[in-house]
Design a protein around this ligand. Structure first.
Ligand code: SF4
Ligand code: SF4
Length: 129
């Protein structure tokens, strides 16, 4: 009898908790329909600015995930990043002497093809401000 009473009591307590929370502000979003507000210092997909890069390869050396490859031939620089390896640590951005890498607010990197995560950029192809 006491067991049944306890079960009914916990059921009522559960309902009271649900009722109280139904009036509180939601903490979840209906993603992807509703996008979250991204904090200013968020570290998302790295972007490379070919017009600033001097091809020093420092980003390649400091990347703990071996995700970056920089190849320089005369004034032509090729920047390759494998986003499937990148851990978004920001090391490349913080160590670049020319501020040629910036981690963006882009966090939607999901794809069904791993090859899509390999980004190849060339300083000749890029048009920057
Ligand atoms: S560290 Fe900066 S300047 Fe050096 S190769 Fe990388 S992106 Fe270019
Ligand atoms: S953010 Fe970190 S892991 Fe990603 S490319 Fe830069 S240094 Fe490598």
């Amino acid at each position: 009898m006491i067991k049944i009473f306890r079960k009914i009591l916990s059921l009522i307590q559960g309902h009271i908790t649900v009722f109280k929370h139904s009036f509180k502000k939601r903490v979840t979003l209906e993603y992807p329909e509703v996008k979250p507000v991204i904090p200013e210092r968020f570290r998302g997909k790295p972007d490379w600015y070919g017009n600033k890069c001097i091809g020093c390869k420092l980003c390649e050396k400091v990347c703990p995930a071996f995700a970056v490859t920089v190849d320089k031939l005369n004034d032509n620089i090729n920047f390759k990043i494998d986003l499937s390896k990148c851990i978004l640590c920001g090391n490349c951005m913080y160590n670049c002497p020319k501020s040629a890498i910036k981690l963006t607010s882009d966090f939607e990197l999901a794809t069904d093809l791993k090859e899509n995560l390999i980004v190849n950029k060339n300083s000749k192809d890029e048009l920057y401000e």
